[in-house]
Write a new protein. Structure first.
Length: 195
């Protein structure tokens, strides 16, 4: 439902001291007449300000209404020693506009988005099999010669190409490849595969 600015005959002058007193009256006593005067003075100005900030007509109207509602609800927080009534209310309006921009930029939450849906927990037997496989791989790696284990480590865990491994170890490329091939045969046999 769209809210419309209520047109009220202007009773407040543009005198900053008077506007401050009106805001203090709203804060201290919930003075409706003072609020009406503040509304008549500030609502159209806030809407114009929001339009200049790039808000569309309906959004500017809604934000102006919200700014005035915030003025009514939070008037007790106003401190005339820190800012004038105009500064205070226009700061509220600016902050509401910033919040509206943030809401526009933030994508809507889609509960069915696959990135937000947790993965299914693996079954207990699958976890046990995986732990079993991990233990066999560790045992197979421990059974390799230090040279073979080093080449496997660099190739599969450090993700280095064979040529880089050869350069770092000062070995011919063929030696690196043959150590890797022999190591993989041993690991496959240790895992229960064919030679």
């Amino acid at each position: 439902m769209r809210r419309y600015l209520v047109k009220v005959r202007m009773t407040a002058t543009a005198d900053p001291a008077r506007l401050n007193k009106l805001l203090v009256a709203v804060a201290d006593h919930g003075d409706r007449a003072a609020f009406e005067a503040l509304f008549a003075h500030f609502a159209p100005r806030i809407k114009g300000y929001l339009l200049k900030l790039g808000a569309g007509g309906a959004l500017a109207e809604d934000l102006a209404q919200e700014a005035m509602l915030t003025l009514w609800r939070k008037a007790r927080l106003y401190d005339p020693a820190k800012a004038s009534a105009a500064t205070w209310i226009f700061t509220i309006a600016r902050n509401l506009r910033i919040d509206a921009i943030r809401r526009e930029r933030r994508p809507d939450f889609d509960p069915n988005d696959l990135a937000l849906v947790p993965d299914d927990e693996p079954a207990a037997d699958a976890l046990m099999m995986r732990e079993d496989d991990d233990a066999r791989v560790r045992a197979a790696m421990a059974a390799l010669s230090p040279e073979q284990a080093q080449v496997v480590q660099m190739s599969f865990f450090a993700d280095k190409p064979h040529s880089q491994i050869a350069d770092e170890l000062g070995l011919p490329l063929g030696t690196v490849k043959s150590r890797l091939r022999l190591a993989m045969v041993r690991i496959r046999v240790a895992m229960g595969g064919a030679e």
